[in-house]
Design a protein around this ligand. Structure first.
Ligand SMILES: C[S@@+](CC[C@H](N)C(=O)[O-])C[C@H]1O[C@@H](n2cnc3c(N)ncnc32)[C@H](O)[C@@H]1O
Length: 250
């Protein structure tokens, strides 16, 4: 067994990676979550095929909150010319680099950074921005959406947990100044779980309603926002609308 393969097998994985020797990585969740990754990849793949019928070879992408890089690697395997993965956890970035080396994906790079510390001027813009499984871990989701827009040249695919929305009119300071709610946020307490490999940095999580998410995506500068219909065999959260995957176009 090669040294790289040995190192990969010695680590714990969030994703079910297929390895060159025909085996696959053991996940630390006993494969409970592999269905969510598969559903999201299926949706992403379908969206890319429809959006770029001429093929993916000319495209580059940034994967914000890449974790151990599975979606970045799927994109590289699908033929994108260059993919940049970013994650705040050094161990995830090390795992991603190790896996990319083992799988021979030379068009990948992984940056260790909080997404809010990225230098957008230096990075430039990407044809595809991925923001999967991140928004609902953040205390500044609007800032994250602005960042996604700033980095995006064509298409942003975003996936998030959502909360039930409120609607109605609000007396905004006076009965003479009445405004409609454009959506709402739910607060989730993840403060005692920030050590978890999937968590955000502060544990204060603002989770948008679907109305809030689509309204905000338009307001930060996306022209068209489409909620992607889940396949019939989708992971339950996507199937029942507890999470959504959306395509937002510049
Ligand atoms: C639920 S996981 C999602 C991973 C992957 N995008 C996916 O959907 O499978 C959340 C990831 O976001 C990362 N993360 C959380 N807050 C971040 C931030 N402010 N900047 C960069 N990464 C962050 C975590 O380290 C973790 O890898």
């Amino acid at each position: 067994m090669s040294d790289l393969l040995q190192q990969v097998k010695a680590r714990q994985w969030f994703y079910n990676y297929e390895l060159p020797d025909g085996s696959s990585t053991e996940t630390y969740h006993g494969d409970q979550l592999s269905a969510i990754h598969e559903t999201r990849w299926q949706l992403l793949q379908r969206t890319l095929e429809q959006a770029f019928p001429q093929g993916l070879a000319a495209l580059d992408a940034i994967d914000l909150a890449a974790h151990q890089g599975w979606f970045s690697m799927q994109l590289a395997a699908a033929g994108l010319s260059r993919v940049t993965g970013v994650d705040q956890r050094a161990s995830h970035v090390e795992d991603s680099r190790l896996m990319a080396e083992l799988l021979g994906h030379k068009q990948l790079r992984f940056l260790h950074s909080d997404i809010f510390d990225l230098d957008t001027d230096a990075l430039g813009q990407f044809d595809l921005v991925l923001m999967l499984g991140l928004l609902y871990h953040l205390e500044n989701p609007v800032g994250a959406l602005r960042l996604a827009r700033a980095l995006c040249k064509q298409l942003c695919v975003l996936e998030t947990q959502i909360v039930p929305g409120m609607s109605g009119m609000v007396d905004f300071g006076s009965y003479r100044f009445v405004r409609p709610l454009k959506g709402s946020f739910g607060i989730i307490d993840e403060i005692d779980e920030t050590h978890a490999p999937e968590a955000g940095a502060t544990g204060i999580c603002l989770v948008p309603s679907l109305e809030a998410l689509t309204w905000l995506l338009h307001k930060v500068g996306f022209q068209r926002v489409e909620v992607l219909p889940p396949p019939v065999d989708a992971y339950e959260q996507l199937l029942y609308g507890k999470r959504v995957m959306v395509a937002a176009w510049v």
